[in-house]
Design a protein around this ligand. Sequence first.
Ligand SMILES: [Zn+2]
Ligand SMILES: [Zn+2]
Ligand SMILES: [Zn+2]
Length: 323
Amino acid sequence: MSELRWNPILREWVATATHRMDRPQLPKDWCPFCPGSGRVPDDYDVYIYPNDFPTFRMPPPKPSMEGTGLLQVAPSAGVCDVVLYTPEHDTTLAQLPVSHIVKLVRLWRRRFRELASMPEIHYVFIFENKGEVIGVTMPHPHGQIYAFPYIPPKVQRELDSAQEHYESTGRCLFCDVMEEEKRDRRRVLAEGEGFFVVVPFYARWPFEVHITSLRHMGNIEEFWEEEIQGLARILKFVLLKYNNLYGFSFPYIMVLHQAPTDSRDYPYYHFHIEFYPPYRSRDKLKYLAGCESGAGTFINDSAAEEKAAQLRAVPPHTLEEVD
Ligand SMILES: [Zn+2]
Ligand SMILES: [Zn+2]
Ligand SMILES: [Zn+2]
């Protein structure tokens, strides 16, 4: 069973996908993503693999029941991809050379374009869950792409604020926030190669990091060649800092926030990437407890300025060190 159920109280869709209960949990003896599995080419650099347990698919299955006026049901139309970062099983994105990460950025761009051209797809969401504590079920280095038939609510909230700011000031909200962070400097980790890296003033997670394009643009399709190269280096810069914090491979959620692909124009939206690592210190995890889950307010037990200083203190110290 796979369908969208509408919550009229929170005004959001919940995707039900009961077949996902059958997903393999960290299989030890076999990996479908490794060359030789019969499921992927014997020779690849980076590769789009159709998710075996998709939340969205095309054409979608018929919903299991009819909705009512209040409790609506919709087909879960969309696409779920697995993005294989490398044929090597025992590595991570942080360990790959920048020249290889460039191939990943190009693949994201190509796939974004393909999915964006599908009329049913209103939002292309590129992300990575990394680490067992995040709930990763397959250890092979990979990310995912969910192509949604609607604009997801977190992005919609960003769009609404950005639109309001644009209409009242004529400027981009993301550009304006970036200018304030640049003036303040205390939370900045890097600037260069076309991007700006910061622990945001309003970080929800202790080591939350945002990467924002210096140039005002809505999505990865608008990248110049230098920005493709630059983003690869910037990503590795952030991931190496994370790994060097406590000397272990740092788990995180990474999400790309881009303009929707529903054929409307979003001149006020601005490309950025957000990282949410669950660790708040070497051996303590942050959980989404009552206040976060029930009230929607995050409690961050550290100041963004302190965490930025901690991240600045570990290598790499400059973008030039990363290759
Ligand atoms: Zn593998
Ligand atoms: Zn902007
Ligand atoms: Zn965002």
